[in-house]
Design a binder for this molecule. Structure first.
Ligand code: NDP
Length: 272
């Protein structure tokens, strides 16, 4: 006979067996910065798993391109021009998702930026830009999404951190502060909203080939070799490396996982 704990687990998962536990059919996801790079790849992953997607970014042309791409996958998708540093725009985004697709289940706080300067030369205004874009926006968007997720009976918040959530470097004082904050904010939100059946987790990408790092590669010719040498997997990550973690953290497969920060980094973080 099975021990009682196993019977309990079997009973709980009976409705979501096998690949069904990754199924996002009927779910609605908002992805900030979903019009390019890592955010768009996460949107593609969730769209392929059945979710409807709302993409948010400042650039209308990139937004439209993302919607076309998601539609071509057979997904329902819509875009909204949003600057995530505006509290009212973030609230409007969540209302837009609800009015477009009837509910809101998943929020990916992915919009991000960096200003590379030493601590002694970064201005307060530059500091504020990075903190507002990378950290405060995630707080504001999550807060605006919360009542909609409660209405839906639960939800999933996926915050995007970085290797600079863990490490520091001379030219990333504001960026590393914002990404370190993401990890701690994730834990506190996870603790606060667990009773509401809302799971809050963070993803910490390694070095990924996107617009953000392409610029850094231009500015720093030695960066490419440094990344290849330091990353045990021996390659840059691709945006699509984030499709799996997005589906996992957005789906019933992760219903008892909250407050975690998961690297997607080719073993960068654990190698000396
Ligand atoms: P991209 O430059 O491709 O994507 C950044 C996205 O953020 C764009 O969609 C951009 O859209 C959006 N964005 C930036 N500022 C704002 C704003 N104020 N309001 C709304 N949207 C905004 O870079 P990545 O895909 O690399 O970056 C995505 C996330 O991943 C960021 O949080 C980044 O810090 C993080 N990350 C990236 C790593 C990498 O190696 N690439 C490593 C670790 C973390 P738009 O311009 O239209 O506003």
């Amino acid at each position: 006979m099975n021990p009682p704990s196993i019977i309990g687990i079997t009973g709980k998962l009976a409705g979501v067996r096998g690949m069904k536990m990754f199924d996002l059919t009927g779910k609605v996801a908002v992805v900030t910065g979903g019009n390019s790079g890592i955010g768009l790849a996460m949107a593609r992953g969730m769209a392929e798993a059945g979710a409807s997607i709302v993409v948010a970014g400042r650039n209308a042309e990139k937004n439209a391109g993302a919607v076309s791409e998601l539609n071509a996958l057979g997904a329902k998708a819509a875009a909204r021009e949003v600057d995530v540093t505006s509290e009212s725009a973030c609230a409007g985004l969540m209302d837009f998702a609800k009015s477009s697709f009837g509910r809101l289940d998943i929020l990916v706080n992915n919009a991000g930026t960096n200003i590379r300067k030493s601590p002694q030369s970064l201005t307060l205004s530059e500091w504020t830009t990075v903190l507002d874009t990378n950290l405060t926006s995630a707080f504001v968007c999550s807060q605006a999404a919360y009542p909609h997720m409660c209405d839906a009976g639960g939800g999933k918040v996926i915050n995007i951190g970085s290797m600079y959530s863990l490490f520091g470097a001379p030219m990333v004082v504001a960026y590393s502060a914002s990404k370190g904050g993401i990890v701690q904010m994730t834990k506190s939100m996870a603790a606060a909203w667990a009773p509401d059946n809302i799971q809050v987790n963070a993803v910490l990408p390694g070095w990924i080939d996107t617009d953000l790092t392409r610029q850094a590669r231009k500015d720093l010719p030695e960066l490419n070799d440094k990344v290849l040498t330091r990353t045990p997997a021996g390659r840059w990550g691709e945006p699509d490396d984030h499709k799996g973690i997005a589906v996992f953290l957005a789906s019933a497969a992760s219903d008892f996982i909250s407050g975690a920060s998961i690297p997607v980094d080719g073993a960068f973080a654990i190698s000396g």
